[in-house]
Design a protein around this ligand. Structure first.
Ligand code: PMP
Length: 434
């Protein structure tokens, strides 16, 4: 008891000092908004170290971590093979402003796992991958409109910062300051898992729609799996209307299966965007797809896209080391531990008759404070975010770090042990009870 209290007091000292300095430097004290904990309250942690499923804050307090850096760390933090690969490459230098073998090696691994990426291009973030894929889609079709889904997140691409207009087939308004209305109006909003909403957009704007972009498993409104037939329906509709289908697999790629959601659900998009896991925790993104489309990218075609740090050797090394460990056994283990977590949370919810539900696809999971798991963004918004904030704080008291917003996925890694999962279930039961 005394030891715990000492640790908590210490947290208020060293971490608080770093937070103070960060607040004087960065907007909101952070370099990416969700890290500021505005959705859950409480002081955002200052993390100094990670190892496996654990992270430590600036005061040495240890947490079991389900943030997983928001997706890359399917192997856990600082996996020895990844650290060795990155260290080895760092000694050899780079980047060189020239192609180096790591790019080829990572690209070959990606194409083996996801054959729809006949050609691909590395960039430095998921945002860049999406931005480039949209430019390509517009050039390839000679059309300008893009359909996205309410609650879908594709990075901070200007045109896709459009959120919910009201209802079906509404032209989007800018949801972020600084986005020109003309840019936002090139984005049409549909409802996830609602093919009729997509059909209506094609009926009204069919000739003008360049592409439909979708997270094949929605993971930025919390986890919402695709309804049966939804992805197939998107494939059919886009084909019928001469539009491209873009799967944003920045989260789902190598996460929900080695071949991503496209292999898990058996639907092949024209273009795919990737990030996170393929960089093993270093800055990376990629976009790719049909060879005839990718041939439009400079210098083989007229669509310009470039990057000083693209295909960075350190990121390529971390990516290769990560992908080399993602074999069927690893996915089986992840499925087992994630299923155990889901079952334990469901059990606690039933036992306590809590108004909550669990949604899971592979090692992506969300606990929603809503009686049934949501099927679209409207239902997601019905969940009780105050209840989630209290739950998050209680879990943090138990030294378990969850993503700091009710609409983020929890990332289970291969480093989470059965004991970690059981401890998480126990803490969740206590938190739900309180
Ligand atoms: N697409 C999806 C599906 C994402 O989840 C994210 C980031 N969470 C992005 C794109 C943007 O990636 P980045 O943050 O690397 O720019």
């Amino acid at each position: 008891m005394t030891a715990t209290r000492t640790a908590v007091t210490a947290t208020a000292t060293v971490s608080a000092e770093w937070r103070g300095r960060a607040e004087g430097l960065f907007p909101g004290g952070v370099n990416s908004p969700v890290r500021a904990y505005r959705a859950v309250g409480g002081e955002p942690p200052i993390i100094v170290r990670g190892d496996g499923a654990r992270v430590w804050d600036a005061d040495g307090v240890e947490y079991l971590d389900y943030v997983g850096a928001f997706g890359p760390f399917i192997l856990g933090h600082a996996h020895p093979a990844v650290v060795a690969a990155v260290t080895d490459q760092a000694r050899r230098g780079g980047p060189f402003g020239a192609t180096s073998p790591g790019e080829v090696e990572l690209a070959e691994r990606i194409r083996d796992a996801m054959p729809s990426l006949e050609r691909l291009r590395f960039v430095s973030s998921g945002t860049e991958a999406v931005m480039s894929a949209l430019r390509l889609a517009r050039a390839a079709t000679g059309r300008e409109l893009i359909v996205k889904f309410e609650g879908g997140y594709h990075g901070h691409v200007d045109s896709l910062l459009a959120q919910a207009g009201s209802g079906l087939a509404t032209l989007a308004l800018p949801a972020s300051g600084g986005v020109p209305a003309a840019v936002a109006s090139g984005t049409l909003l549909a409802r996830y898992n609602d093919l009729a909403s997509v059909r209506a957009l094609f009926a009204a704007h069919g000739e003008g729609i360049a592409a439909v972009i979708v997270e094949p498993v929605a993971a930025n409104m919390g986890v919402v799996p695709p309804a049966a037939g939804f992805l197939e329906g998107l494939r059919t509709l886009t084909r019928e209307h001469g539009a491209l289908l873009i799967f944003d697999e920045v989260i789902t790629g190598f996460r929900v299966a080695r071949g991503g959601a496209q292999s898990r659900y058996g639907v092949v998009p024209d273009l795919t965007t990737l990030g996170k896991i393929i960089g093993g925790g270093l800055p990376v993104g990629a976009y790719g797809g049909r060879a005839d489309l990718m041939a439009l990218i400079a210098p083989s075609g007229p669509v310009y896209q470039a990057g000083t740090l693209s295909g960075h050797p350190l990121a390529m090394a971390a990516g290769c080391a990560t992908l080399d460990l993602l074999d069927p056994d690893l996915y089986d283990g992840l499925e087992r531990s994630s299923a155990a977590l889901e079952a334990g949370l469901r059990g606690a919810i039933e036992e306590l008759e809590a108004r909550a539900s669990v949604s899971r696809v592979g090692s992506l999971l969300t606990l929603f404070f809503r009686h049934t798991a949501p099927r679209d963004f409207d239902e997601v918004r019905e969940a009780d975010s105050d209840a989630f904030a209290r739950f998050h704080a209680a879990m943090r008291e138990s030294r378990i770090l969850l993503p700091p917003a009710s609409q983020e996925a929890w990332f289970v890694s291969a480093a989470h042990t059965d004991a970690d999962i059981q401890r998480t279930i126990g803490a969740a039961r206590d938190a739900l009870g309180a």
